[in-house]
Design a protein around this ligand. Structure first.
Ligand code: NDP
Ligand code: BG6
Length: 510
């Protein structure tokens, strides 16, 4: 069991001083990043750690050790990170602060495949920690094929041993590429670490608005009575990306949108939207409730794969570097999932995501039912847009409630209007990157926003049959779509045949 974490404390953690939290300040903290010379470290991890330092949220005795095969010394690695961190933090970069922070950063060249390198690492950590009790976080930001090897080597070198302080391992996505491989990976991780020590990252859970969904639902009373099959017609979860696969063609062509986005980010958003309130905000209780949502997802079978899924590929995909010329990998998908429980019976959850779409927007739309009896005759149709709650996760974070109002100074004419909540207007300061929040939670031993092993495996169990069906005659047609559209025309038509409509609005909040 992880330690209980009070919900409000967890929510406000990023705004508090480290001393007011339950960190053991007597021990030192070492964050070891495997994959130190890679893209994720440069673009996300070091900028996040630097930002936490600037906000005075890192424990005072925090050290960072980068590990990769490239031949850097600590100095040359720091130098390289100076450039990248200034680029990725932009105007928030403060050279003086960076110079204070940089001496905490160290580099050791090592090969994950070599056991003797881990013995060398162990000695290096001991020297750095100076015989003091120390909490250590091992962050695996390297190629996924190296995760089991890295974990095994840590175990064999005695680096998972907790006799001189807590040890945690952070594992980046992808966590396997199907159920079987994720189970094998879980087994190899569990041979060395207990589940309470394992933090599987899904960076969507670190996004401010995703966390705010929990607050919106469980710290207010007004939403709960309508958050169910009695009032909700359907839910739409869209993660639209304007970017194409870019330089990641080789990886992407093997993964496709279902593995890259649905198994993790989209299902996480669905779980947060559909879950019941946990009895307390503790990691395992939160995750128990999330897992129940996945347990309730109705398995697709037979004709469902053709009728309840849509797939597409953007037109220039086959010309991308690293992509096979005959590739049938989907860059767009839409799924209709049913959650068979009391709350959601009969309410479809539409999930869609794609690259090369109209704009970058991630939104959860709770589409409420039409009023049971329409009094107002609008243009003779007696049908109006029903209420909608739009939770915009990015780019601008906020919430919009849409409702009908009377147009003033006119006969009885109605128009959809809205109430907006925008983070940027309500709170000062820039929004933290998801990695800041997640790294801080790891240091605080709070796994509420990380995926548990059963959650990951269950998510693959939902996605695997669809991946398999899309490689069989049961697949829906793979429709090509031009860039900067909302995916294939099929997808719009698919909704229309269900008498519904996608909420195709490029960020509704700015
Ligand atoms: P990169 O390919 O850029 O980096 C891989 C890193 O692993 C390099 O530092 C490489 O360094 C190191 N490495 C490779 N082989 C070994 C070895 N045998 N021993 C020690 N180090 C090794 O990958 P990314 O940074 O893009 O991604 C890392 C992980 O994070 C991946 O699992 C990815 O899926 C995940 N991820 C990445 C995101 C991103 O935005 N980049 C987003 C979400 C997840 P060297 O060659 O010097 O040894
Ligand atoms: C990653 C996927 O997990 O998430 C990428 O591998 C995708 O393909 C990215 O672009 C989207 O993340 P964000 O935070 O930019 O929405």
């Amino acid at each position: 069991m992880t330690e209980p974490a009070d919900f409000s404390r967890a929510v406000h953690r990023l705004n508090q001083e480290p001393n007011s939290l339950h960190l053991d300040l007597a021990v030192s903290h070492t964050i070891v990043i495997f994959g130190a010379s890679g893209d994720l470290t440069r673009r996300k991890l070091i900028p996040a750690l630097y930002s936490l330092y600037v906000k005075d949220r890192l424990p005072p005795e925090t050290k960072i050790v980068g590990v990769a095969r490239s031949n850097f010394k600590s100095d040359s690695w720091r130098e390289r990170l100076t450039d990248s961190t200034s680029r990725f933090t932009g105007e928030r970069f403060d050279r003086k602060k960076w110079e204070e922070f940089a001496p905490r950063i160290h580099y050791l060249s090592a090969d994950i495949g070599r056991g003797d390198d881990f013995v060398k690492l162990g000695k290096f950590f001991e020297g750095l920690e100076n015989g003091k009790s120390s909490e250590r976080v091992y962050y695996l930001a390297t190629s996924p094929s190296l995760y089991p090897v890295a974990v095994r080597q840590l175990g064999e070198a005695g680096l998972a041993d907790e006799s001189s302080g807590k040890r945690r391992v952070v594992i980046e996505k992808p966590f396997g590429n199907d159920f079987q491989s994720s189970r094998i990976l879980n087994d190899s991780v569990h041979r060395v670490f207990q589940e309470r020590q394992v933090y599987r990252i899904d960076h969507y859970l670190g996004k401010e608005t995703v966390q705010n969904m929990l607050v919106l639902r469980f710290a207010n009373t007004i939403f709960e009575p309508v958050w169910n099959r009695n009032y909700v017609d359907h839910v739409q979860i869209t993660v639209a990306e304007e970017v194409t696969v870019g330089s990641r063609g080789e990886y992407y062509d093997r993964a496709g949108v279902l593995r890259d986005m649905f198994q993790n980010h989209l299902l996480q958003l669905m779980m947060i939207t559909a879950m019941e309130a946990p009895v307390r905000f503790e990691a395992d209780l939160v995750r128990d409730e999330k897992v129940k949502v996945l347990q309730a997802v109705r398995p697709m079978q037979g004709l469902d794969f053709a009728s309840d899924t849509v797939r597409g590929q953007y037109e220039s995909y086959l010309q991308e570097e690293g992509v096979s010329a005959e590739s049938s990998t989907a860059t767009f998908a839409a799924l209709k999932l049913w959650i068979d429980n009391w709350r959601w019976q009969g309410v479809p959850f539409y999930l869609r995501s794609g690259k090369g779409m109209s704009c970058r927007t991630t939104q959860i739309v709770i589409q409420f039912c039409e009023p049971p009896h329409m009094l107002f005759d609008e243009g003779g149709t007696k049908s109006l847009d029903a209420n909608r709650l739009v939770i915009q996760v990015q780019p601008a974070e906020g919430i919009q409630l849409q409702f009908q109002t009377k147009v003033p100074d006119a006969e009885l004419r109605l128009r959809m209007t809205d109430l907006d909540f925008r983070y940027a207007r309500e709170f000062s300061g820039s929004m933290p990157d998801a990695y800041q929040r997640l790294l801080l939670d790891v240091l605080h031993d709070d796994a509420s926003l990380f995926a548990r092993s059963d959650e990951v495996e269950m998510a693959w169990n939902i996605i695997d049959p669809i991946v398999a069906a899309w490689q069989s005659p049961a697949a829906p047609p793979l429709e090509r779509y031009p860039l900067q559209m909302w995916g294939p025309e099929n997808s719009t038509e698919w909704m229309r045949t269900q008498k519904r409509e996608w909420f195709d609005v490029c960020p509704v909040l700015h």
